[in-house]
Design a protein around this ligand. Structure first.
Ligand code: 4NP
Length: 169
């Protein structure tokens, strides 16, 4: 992550955060990256994900999340679980929480002078999940992961539109 940012001009940076960093946030990361690349904006936007908990540090995404993403042509196999930290608020321009619990946790670790924009991931979507928590699929079946795809695509599209407006991209 740091190495990526050390080279070349400064990128706009986006961090997706859920609880475990093995289901929702890696899926959001992969789906958003697909949209960013399709828009030709890959060179300008750095994308990462993290969990509020330390349960799955160093692990890859849940296999159900991988399968669901693969059904839309999105490969998230390379994501490695990590925990969100206060330093992230100095590094990222946008930090997007997948649910209200994640958002409250992030507010509790945010440094006073941290400058990242912090909001719910769904804040910029247009669909029925706009402004709502993304359901935690971990304890359910594979269908719960597939149901997330439309929610995540809608939220990611809205986020990309906001970033394009904010930065005249
Ligand atoms: P995520 O899902 O926050 O979307 O990655 C979960 C992953 C792991 C656990 C809970 C939710 N867990 O309790 O281990």
């Amino acid at each position: 992550m740091i190495e990526n940012r050390a080279k070349g001009p400064r990128k706009i940076s986006v961090l997706f955060v859920c609880l475990g960093n093995i289901c929702r946030s890696p899926m959001a990361e992969g789906i958003f990256r697909q949209q960013v690349q399709a828009a030709g904006l890959g060179p300008y936007i750095f994308i990462d994900s993290a969990g509020t908990a330390d349960y799955h540090i160093g692990e890859g995404p849940d296999v159900r999340a991988r399968y669901a993403c693969a059904s839309r042509g999105v490969d998230i196999d390379q994501v490695k679980g990590r925990q969100a930290s206060p330093e992230d608020f100095y590094f990222f321009d946008y930090i997007l929480a997948m649910d209200e619990h994640n958002l409250q946790h992030l507010k509790s670790i945010r440094p006073r002078d941290g400058y990242a924009h912090l909001s719910l991931f769904t804040a910029f979507g247009k669909g029925p999940y706009k402004g709502k928590s993304v359901p935690d699929p971990y304890s359910g079946g594979i269908e719960g992961f597939h149901q997330l795809l439309d929610i995540l695509e809608d939220g990611a599209q809205g986020l990309l539109e906001k970033i394009r407006r904010d930065h005249a991209l």
